[in-house]
Design a binder for this molecule. Structure first.
Ligand code: ZN
Ligand code: ZN
Length: 140
C-alpha cells in the first residue's frame, strides 16, 4: 500500500490513529491476521480489542480489507490487493500458501445463467484445506 493516509481519504474514511496503525500492520504482513494477532502487534498503542475489531470491520465495509475463513477459532483478515489470490491451509498445523490461479469467475458465470434466484455474483471466497508436506511425513 503506497500511502495509508491518501488511501483512507480516497475511500472517504476518517483518518484515525487506529485505522493508520491497523493498515500499517496489514501492509507489512504477508499473512492473514486475526484481531488477536493485530492487538498483540499494537500493544504499545493503547487501543483496545473492541476498537480494533470495529476499525477492521469499517475497513471491510470500505472494501479495502477482506475476511477469510481459515476454519480456525477466529476470523482472519487481509488487505484486498491488486493480485487476486486464495489460500491453501494445512488442517494440522495451519501452514498457509497463496495461490493465484482462480477460475471461479468462469464457474460463477455458468452458475448465474442457471440460477433462478440470483442476478449476479459480486465477490467470492475460496480457500482449500489439506495436509502440508511436513505434516504428511509425520503421519506415515
Ligand atoms: Zn502442516
Ligand atoms: Zn478468485
Amino acid at each position: 500500500m503506497k500511502n495509508i493516509v491518501e488511501t483512507l481519504k480516497t475511500l472517504k474514511l476518517k483518518v484515525t490513529p487506529a485505522r493508520i496503525a491497523i493498515l500499517e500492520i496489514f501492509s507489512i504482513s504477508d499473512k492473514p491476521l486475526s484481531v488477536e494477532i493485530i492487538a498483540k502487534r499494537m500493544k504499545d498503542k493503547q487501543i483496545n480489542q473492541v476498537t480494533i475489531y470495529r476499525t477492521i470491520e469499517s475497513l471491510v465495509s470500505a472494501g479495502i480489507v477482506g475476511r477469510i475463513d481459515l476454519r480456525r477459532d477466529a476470523i482472519f483478515y487481509e488487505l484486498i490487493d491488486e493480485h487476486h489470490h486464495h489460500h491453501i491451509v494445512c488442517t494440522k498445523c495451519g501452514l498457509l500458501e497463496d495461490f493465484e490461479t482462480c477460475q471461479i469467475e468462469e464457474v460463477s458465470k455458468n452458475i448465474i445463467l442457471k440460477s433462478k434466484k440470483f442476478k449476479m455474483i459480486q465477490d467470492h471466497s475460496f480457500e482449500l484445506f489439506g495436509i502440508c508436506n511436513s505434516c504428511s511425513r509425520k503421519n506415515v
